[in-house]
Every structure is written in C-alpha cells, then in structure tokens.
Design a protein around this ligand. Structure first.
Ligand code: ZN
Length: 141
C-alpha cells in the first residue's frame, strides 16, 4: 500500500518512549531499527509494541516478511521492513550471481591475483630446480 512516514515515526516514537527515551525528529534514523537485538525485541514484544504490520522506516504495510536470525533465546525476529526498504538495506541479497562474482573479485581480486602469481612463481621455481637437478644428474652420469 502507500507509504506513510508519519506512521513509521509514531512507531519509532513508541519504541523510544518504551525505553524511557524522548524521541525527536533527528532520531528518525535508519540504522538502529533494522536489526533489533533479541533482548530489544523481547522487551518490545512484552509491551505489545511489536510485531506491527508496517514498515518501520516508511510506514508501508507491504512488508517483506523477512526474519533476522540472532544469537539468543528467540531464534528469529521479524524484520519490520517493506520490500523497498528491505531491498535498500540488504542490497546484496538482490544481486545477480554475476554481480556477486564481480563484487567478490573487486573485494578480493587483488589478494587472489597475488596468491595466483605467487603460486605460479613457486611452480616455476620448482620446475627450474628440478630441471637443474636433472641436468646435473645427466652431466655427472
Ligand atoms: Zn519501507
């Protein structure tokens, strides 16, 4: 359905107030709501604040229905994000396999290249040593 930022703000304000904090407009940030810890979630749950059928960031009620696995008692907590916000926050889940390979290579390509060159050099050195030994054996025989 439609986005409703005010609804999202109200939801966040309720969570903050439950924690005994005063919510301000500047607190409407995206980072902390993303992955609540299990303790946080349990606290909110006890107080009846969660789960809610709206996105915590934009107020849209078309939720992604994703879960966040966390170490703790409760194994999984629902991520209160709509499809669009979820995609924005977890872009790596939406990459094609080719994009993932390219991303991996750009992150680790230098390391892989270094290891590969090292491997080739080591192989070359072993071959040279073997050849020298073979030649010596042939000359001395
Ligand atoms: Zn959203």
């Amino acid at each position: 359905m439609a986005k409703n930022i005010e609804r999202a703000k109200q939801f966040q304000r309720a969570l903050w107030n439950a924690a005994g904090k005063e919510w301000e407009e500047k607190d409407f940030v995206e980072s902390w709501i993303n992955k609540p810890t299990v303790t946080q979630w349990d606290e909110w749950y006890e107080k009846g604040l969660v789960p809610v059928a709206l996105c915590a960031l934009c107020g849209d009620d078309n939720l992604r229905g994703a879960y966040h696995k966390s170490s703790g008692l409760r194994s999984e907590v629902p991520i209160n994000l709509c499809k669009a916000c979820y995609k924005k926050h977890y872009p790596y889940l939406f990459k094609s396999p080719l994009d993932q390979i390219i991303g991996f290579l750009s992150d680790y390509g230098c390391l892989i290249l270094t290891l590969f060159i090292g491997f080739v050099l080591a192989l070359l050195i072993i071959c040279i040593i073997a050849a020298v030994f073979y030649l010596l054996k042939w000359i001395l025989a």
